[in-house]
Design a protein around this ligand. Structure first.
Ligand SMILES: [Zn+2]
Length: 154
């Protein structure tokens, strides 16, 4: 089996549509989804840095991939929900009602990312800026918590 065939097959196993093969990544990198966050979402690769992980969480919210959001939330995070089905429902609700219009990375180092997410929820501007803390859990970079967050202007 060629590697291309293999990735095509695993793609379909994950129930992605044919269109998403050529889709631009929802993290607004300008790259093709399969060359950006796709391999992280499909467990083909681990994010190399906190920044890669952050971008892949943004695109996971945009694609309503609740399992990925949960998997990449640090088990010691104050935001880690014990009730998994409630958590999945709230991620689904957020993803379903929100348009993920833009992502601007303002700062990043090994364990921090400051970003500005341009969002619209049911017709309302819900954009926000956040400085986030990331830590590894085993081999996987994970989101821990916001350090500062707010609805500051662009
Ligand atoms: Zn991406």
């Amino acid at each position: 089996m060629t590697s291309m065939q293999k990735s095509y097959d695993s793609f379909h196993k994950n129930n992605y549509t044919d269109k998403s093969i050529f889709m631009k990544c929802p993290c607004h990198s300008g790259k093709n989804y399969d060359l950006c966050c796709g391999p992280y979402h499909k467990n083909q690769k681990l994010p190399e840095t906190a920044l890669h992980l952050m971008r892949s969480r943004y695109s996971a919210y945009a694609l309503d991939l609740a399992d990925y959001i949960i998997k990449s939330t640090h088990p010691n995070s104050p935001l880690f929900e014990k009730n998994r089905s409630d958590w999945i429902a709230s991620i689904h609700e957020f993803s379903r009602t929100t348009q993920f219009q833009g992502l601007r990375i303002e700062f990043s180092d090994e364990t921090h990312v400051t970003f500005y997410a341009i969002l619209n929820t049911l017709g309302k501007d819900t954009s926000f800026r956040e400085k986030s803390l990331f830590e590894k859990s085993g081999d996987l970079w994970c989101y821990v918590s916001p350090i500062t967050s707010g609805r500051t202007k662009r």
